[in-house]
Design a protein around this ligand. Structure first.
Ligand SMILES: Cc1cc2nc3c(=O)[nH]c(=O)nc-3n(C[C@H](O)[C@H](O)[C@H](O)COP(=O)(O)OP(=O)(O)OC[C@H]3O[C@@H](n4cnc5c(N)ncnc54)[C@H](O)[C@@H]3O)c2cc1C
Length: 422
């Protein structure tokens, strides 16, 4: 039986470990935290996952929270009046406000719930779980005992083993500051009270507010997520330690910059004492193979090798897609050696999908060109434009067909308008 070591128990590491286990591999999973420490720890993400990524979980029959988690059936975009300066005290209106229906629903299960549950399942199914924060020296020792070592340790220190790929990483500093609060008590959007949707609110020149229906330790919830342009008026969470102060700041910004969302948030309270998160990181693509001091090779997984900014909500989706692609490559490789050529080919298979996520995400981190603004505006009048755009969150490769080239964008808007009779 082939022996595989997975280092890091997040979306990618656990999905891979459970998948390999179900295929009969002897899997060891190394995690720097126990299931209880994860469950009782701080929130880690907003983790909204779309159909393709969720389907990989269903395929492995590990979609344990699907029935109790709110179904996100649409995604809406609002743009605050850009004629007001980011620091203007005037009450803002919206110049754009629409919602598009997803072909299949999305869901967000708090990673504290999911990772803790998956970790316990892995151990109950006979997997070997080692609670240890792995250092490079540990991997050097263990690599000799395993046929393959997969490093799925997210954005932790082990990424230093993998060289930054400058040709695929246009930014070398964080492009947004991040501030998340999980809450109960949010009222539904009056524009679509009959279905749940992720709301993507853009405050031109300052940043974005995401509102994401989710499922947490205490049941269904909503997640409020500010992304602030560094140094701007939304980049104000650093140093706030008290969760209630963090929520108060979140609401204060909503009242000022997105009053239409604040109106339904006046009664919210945090879901628990660890329901807030703030931070920032530079979006980075890395070379996929790490070389250990003794010459052994390890393969990077998901965020270790491709960490995009969460502005497009893709990281967990990509982690699921990466785990599925790696699982298929491992199984197809049979008993052959997991050498450098196989590792590179395995990553390249994932990059076929990930490259579209990286291109699209990076495009949204700088002020959008006029043709993209036109498209977002047209989506409010022409439903098929909105629907195609929101379904791109499930399959960002479609943006290649119409988003980046002004002529293609214009042609698509014209075609959709003609079909819709607009
Ligand atoms: C604020 C925010 C909002 C986000 N919103 C979304 C969203 O809406 N949709 C979406 O799809 N994605 C979102 N993401 C991104 C998503 O959460 C990540 O991309 C995804 O979790 C990456 O999965 P992963 O398995 O690669 O790494 P992780 O989930 O980070 O898991 C890595 C695991 O490895 C452990 N670890 C680290 N170092 C070691 C070590 N040395 N030894 C052992 N274990 C170690 C960590 O503790 C962790 O448990 C968001 C991220 C952030 C920060």
């Amino acid at each position: 039986m082939r022996k595989i070591l997975v280092v890091g128990a997040g979306q990618a590491g656990l999905q891979l470990a459970l998948g390999l286990q179900s295929q009969g591999y002897e899997v060891t999973l190394m995690s720097n935290r126990t299931a209880d420490e994860i469950r009782n720890g701080r929130v880690m993400s907003t983790q909204c996952m779309f159909h393709t990524a969720l389907q990989y979980e269903r395929d492995l029959q590990i979609n344990f929270w699907e029935s109790q988690t709110p179904r996100v059936e649409g995604l809406g975009v609002s743009v605050a009046d850009p004629s007001l300066a980011p620091d203007s005290p005037e009450v803002r209106g919206r110049v754009i406000d629409w919602v598009g229906k997803l072909d299949n629903y999305a869901q967000s299960v708090d990673q504290r719930v999911k990772m803790a549950g998956w970790m316990e399942t892995f151990a109950q199914r006979g997997g070997q779980l080692v609670i240890h924060g792995a250092a490079v020296s540990d991997l050097d020792f263990f690599a000799r005992k395993y046929d393959l070592v997969l490093v799925s340790a997210g954005k932790g220190e082990l990424v230093s083993m993998f060289e930054r790929d400058a040709s695929r990483s246009p930014f070398d500093t964080p492009m947004r500051s991040l501030a998340v609060s999980y809450v109960h008590g949010l009222e539904r959007r009056p524009e679509h009270p009959d279905f749940d949707a992720v709301r993507f609110n853009i405050v031109p020149g300052a940043g974005e507010l995401f509102m994401i229906p989710g499922y947490t330790l205490t049941g269904p919830c909503d997640i409020l997520f500010w992304e602030g342009i560094p140094g701007g008026p939304l980049d104000v969470f650093e140093g706030i330690k008290d969760p209630n102060e963090h929520l108060a700041k979140t609401l204060e910004l909503m009242e000022r910059y997105t009053p239409w969302e604040y109106a339904r948030a006046t009664k919210v309270e945090l879901t628990d004492a660890r329901a807030t998160l703030s931070g920032r990181y530079p979006p980075t693509v890395r070379k996929p193979i790490g070389t250990l001091p003794s010459g052994g090779l390890v393969l990077g997984v998901a965020d270790v090798v491709v960490a995009n900014d969460p502005i497009t909500g893709q990281g967990s989706n990509s982690a699921s897609k990466c785990a599925a692609a790696y699982l298929a490559s491992i199984v197809e490789h049979g008993d052959k050696l997991f050498d450098a050529d196989w590792m590179q080919a395995t990553f390249d298979r994932y990059w076929d999908t990930a490259q579209h996520v990286t291109k699209w995400t990076n495009a949204l981190l700088t002020p959008p060109p006029e043709h993209i603004l036109n498209l977002i505006g047209a989506a409010g009048q022409i439903p098929p434009v909105a629907e195609r755009f929101v379904n791109g969150f499930d399959d960002p490769s479609d943006f290649e067909n119409y988003l980046y080239d002004p002529a293609k964008t214009e042609a698509w808007i014209g075609e959709a308008a003609a079909k819709a009779g607009a």
